[in-house]
Design a binder for this molecule. Structure first.
Ligand code: AMP
Length: 429
């Protein structure tokens, strides 16, 4: 299947070719025809599958076929500022040969430039929920012309407490419209929202699971909770780790880690919800160019982060929700390249580790680092079997181009919950 065969107009085909895409990814192949048909869509797909283009390309095509109006005809609601900015950038890239106007609005920056942008007339609006409601409340935005709405990363909206805001926004939209929902998992609240909002939706489900297992080298280093910082410092000093993304459970732990790792000669920055928008944008830009080589993030801050060339993802703390492990390690090994996922697992994180292994469907290799084995593990292991090397991490490719996101698309999934009987979509693609 090619982009031409999917029914995209030449301007869009030229733009995706310019972006270096040769073939559509699985979610694009399945979702684009559905959106072009004007049907409602529910897509279970996470970052890295090419989901953004799966909704942007057919939306741009629909917009290009209509008359420009003052108020937006398409609206994309995104949970985070970073993701909204990325979607806005991609809309510009894919729409470069079309005469369409798009705008991105999110909180943490001044309202006035956004207000001017909204007043100037736009076709596609990408927005975070809170800031969009602010503009609607001041009558600086009107959603009365919206024909297509996208809810991106719907499960994250729920996790971040945005669902009431999203419901209020949806209530202001024209009743006759096309609804596109994208969510990596399907919690009850999202399922209920979908049931109430959509009409005869088509469901598309893809995961990167098979790709992750085959291209990310996963390892667990057992270590006491109190020794994690020392171990991470040792690993980072090994000289084998390139662009590294480290996940911590809390903002406080992210900050502590920055202070500690700065002493290891790495260029380290944290991104989390307490950082200003400017600080977050600067950190991401630095990480993209390589001026920063270690980014410490909480799950929410890293949501939707699209950075090529991450060679190592470190789970400094194991996630409580096992699906987050897959989200996290999906940041490395983009475009079918190899990558490394290193998990520092304390004895008290045994339950989370077991849940992750159940989800990925295979045991993850344990590698004991001399001097860091937890007392409980040491008692069970013979000294000969313990690794004497301070650190062994096979070096991977540290940079990857913007190639195909889904090297081996697979069916099946790891949604938290599947659709119940009452809400089963009419067609499964
Ligand atoms: P997403 O899942 O939307 O976050 O996209 C992940 C990455 O895949 C982005 O860097 C896109 O530029 C890239 N991408 C999207 N579609 C394709 C494609 N058909 N071929 C190659 N790369 C793609």
């Amino acid at each position: 299947m090619t982009f031409v065969e999917l029914g995209l107009r030449p301007e869009l085909v030229r733009a995706v070719a310019g972006a270096g895409y040769t073939d559509p990814t699985l979610v694009q192949e399945r979702a684009i025809p559905v959106v072009l048909e004007g049907r409602d869509l529910i897509a279970c797909a996470q970052t890295g599958t090419g989901k953004t283009a799966a909704f942007l390309l057919p939306i741009l095509q629909q917009l290009a076929g209509g008359k420009p109006l003052r108020h937006p005809r398409a609206l994309v609601i995104s949970p985070t500022r970073e993701l909204a900015a990325q979607i806005g950038d991609m809309a510009k890239r894919y729409g470069m040969h079309l005469r369409l106007r798009s705008a991105v609005i999110f909180g943490g920056v001044g309202m006035e430039p956004q207000q001017r942008r909204l007043a100037g007339g736009i076709d596609l609006l990408v927005a975070t929920p809170g800031r969009l409601l602010d503009h609607l409340g001041r009558r600086q935005a009107s959603l009365g012309n919206v024909e297509i709405v996208v809810l991106d990363e719907a499960d994250r909206m729920l996790d971040m407490g945005f669902l009431p805001d999203v419901r209020r926004i949806l209530a202001t939209l024209p009743a006759t419209r096309q609804n596109l929902f994208f969510s990596a998992t399907m919690p009850d609240e999202i399922e209920a929202l979908i049931r109430r909002t959509t009409h005869a939706p088509v469901m598309v489900e893809v995961t990167r699971r098979a790709t992750l297992v085959s291209t990310v080298e996963q390892v667990v280093h057992p270590v006491e909770m109190t020794r994690k910082k020392d171990l991470l410092q040792l690993l980072l000093q090994s000289g084998e780790m390139g662009q590294t993304l480290v996940f911590t459970r809390t903002k406080a732990r992210a900050n502590q880690l920055v202070r500690r790792l700065e002493q290891s000669g790495r260029r380290v920055v944290a991104i989390h919800g307490n950082k200003s928008q400017n600080a977050r944008t600067r950190a991401l830009a630095g990480f993209r160019t390589g001026a920063i080589d270690t980014l410490i993030a909480t799950d929410i801050a890293a949501r939707g982060l699209d950075v090529d060339g991450i060679s190592h993802v470190v789970n400094f703390d194991l996630p409580n929700v096992p699906e987050d492990y897959v989200h996290r390690i999906g940041r490395t090994a983009r475009a079918g390249k190899s990558g490394h996922a290193i998990s520092l697992a304390a004895p008290e994180e045994h339950t989370q580790l077991a849940a992750i292994e159940r989800l990925v469907g295979t045991p993850i290799r344990r590698q004991h680092i001399a001097g860091f084995t937890p007392a409980t593990d040491a008692a069970e292991r013979s000294p000969q079997r313990r690794s004497q090397a301070p650190h062994v991490v096979r070096s991977g490719r540290h940079r990857s181009g913007s190639g195909r996101a889904t090297a081996s698309p697979s069916g099946g999934g790891h949604t938290r919950k599947r659709f119940g009987r009452g809400s089963r979509p009419t067609r499964r693609v």
